[in-house]
Design a protein around this ligand. Structure first.
Ligand SMILES: Nc1ncnc2c1ncn2[C@@H]1O[C@H](COP(=O)(O)OP(=O)(O)OP(=O)(O)O)[C@@H](O)[C@H]1O
Length: 371
């Protein structure tokens, strides 16, 4: 059968040896190689002038690269119809840029109007989006001046989503917003990303914001890519001094606040099967292991402290609570500080044992970074 070529972008962005020279003798980007996959939430971070905004502008064709290639959905960027391409990419900036004489509904659906979408559908779309970004239908009739900075920024996000673009670029969208509102907007953006499954590329100066929002965090320095990876790649990075210096101790609290324990789960920690004493007797323990999770049919029962001459006795199982895999490292650490455990058993919602969280690994890392 003859298949029609797909024209819808599936939101894959690829930089291949991309350089940008604005003609002032200093390269804003140097030989950048970076792949952004469908549905990823990428945060771009680095010192002022490192090329973050330049990278965003290159993606939606606002500026052209001096060298190398950029691919959107495997098609080189200059081969796309530029107007079509831009409509496939939402853009949110710090200065929001709402039209003062249009009400919120009209602002949100402006792109749809340009695209020739009927008024009824435009209004319907604005009604859907206003709630998604945490405002109410009553706000649709208001004008931008009647909204606070944080509310305007929410409208900016709704507007970027209006045409349902697969890619959304955000250039320090929450930079000028107070700390409390900013935290709320970040939480909402995480929820929105889960619901709409867009590829988001988000520029920020704020380490906490980068660690909290990004599934992939990209650190740039003077136009060069230093690292691109997960929170764990950044946090557990021991070698590169620049990365440690840049993220520093702040990355620990940022990381611990947002990272699930399941990301650092130790799955091969020994356990005791309650109904299999014979097997238990064969367990060989490392010197530093003195406490073991006890399981029954894969479910967590309690903890067992072992001495040198290990003889398992059911009545010595201690009733120590396990922690749910969806809790954060910070929550696990709080328990450790309070209770003084070396390890915490980790379970799912059905009390199935998944592994242990060894707090010392994260904690030692923090101490190392602090010194
Ligand atoms: N239109 C331009 N003409 C000349 N130089 C430019 C232009 N835009 C950016 N630059 C330069 O390119 C470099 C990268 O700028 P860019 O705005 O991409 O950095 P950034 O990481 O986004 O910075 P910031 O965090 O301060 O916004 C800087 O040295 C900047 O001065």
């Amino acid at each position: 059968m003859f298949r029609r070529e797909r024209t819808i972008i599936v939101a894959v962005v690829k930089f291949e040896n991309v350089s940008k020279d604005y003609g002032n003798g200093k390269k804003a980007l140097k030989n950048l190689n970076l792949e952004i996959n469908e549905g990823e939430f990428v945060t771009l971070i680095g010192p002022s002038g490192c090329g973050k905004t330049t990278a965003l502008k290159l993606i939606n064709g606002l500026i052209k690269s001096s060298d190398g290639n950029i691919y959107i959905n495997n098609k080189e960027i200059s081969k796309w119809n530029q107007i079509y391409l831009r409509r496939q990419i939402g853009y949110v900036i710090q200065q929001v840029g709402l039209f003062p004489h249009l009400n919120i509904s009209e602002n949100i659906s402006y792109v749809l109007k340009i695209k020739g979408v009927e008024k009824v559908q435009r209004k319907q779309r604005a009604r859907e989006l206003i709630e998604l970004v945490g405002l109410t239908k009553n706000d649709l009739k208001k004008y931008p001046r009647e909204l606070s900075g944080g509310q305007q920024q929410r409208v900016g996000v709704a507007r970027a989503l209006a045409a349902d673009p697969p890619i959304i670029l955000m250039d320090e969208p929450f930079g000028a917003i107070d700390e409390i509102t900013r935290k709320k907007l970040q939480d909402e953006l995480i929820d929105i990303h889960k619901k709409v499954n867009k590829t988001i590329i988000f520029v920020t100066h704020d380490i906490h914001e980068a660690m909290k929002l990004g599934n992939k965090i990209v650190l740039l320095k003077e136009g060069e890519l230093i690292i691109s990876g997960s929170r764990e790649d950044i946090f557990f990075n021991q070698e590169d001094n620049y990365i440690n210096e840049f993220f520093g101790i702040k990355s620990f609290t940022s990381y611990a606040d947002v990272a699930n324990i399941k990301n650092t789960l130790v799955k091969n920690y020994p356990t005791i099967e309650l109904n299999n004493v014979e097997n238990n007797a064969k367990l060989k323990f490392e010197e530093d292991i003195n406490i073991l999770p006890v399981l029954k049919n894969g479910q967590y029962i309690g903890m067992y402290y072992i001495g040198k001459n290990f003889v398992f006795m059911k009545e010595n199982i201690e009733n120590i609570a396990a922690i749910n895999q969806n809790k954060t490292i910070m929550e696990a650490l709080e328990i450790q500080f309070k209770e003084g455990y070396d390890i915490l058993p980790v379970i799912d919602n059905e009390n199935n044992y998944l592994g242990v969280f060894k707090i010392n690994k994260a904690y030692n890392n923090m101490i190392k970074k602090a010194n």
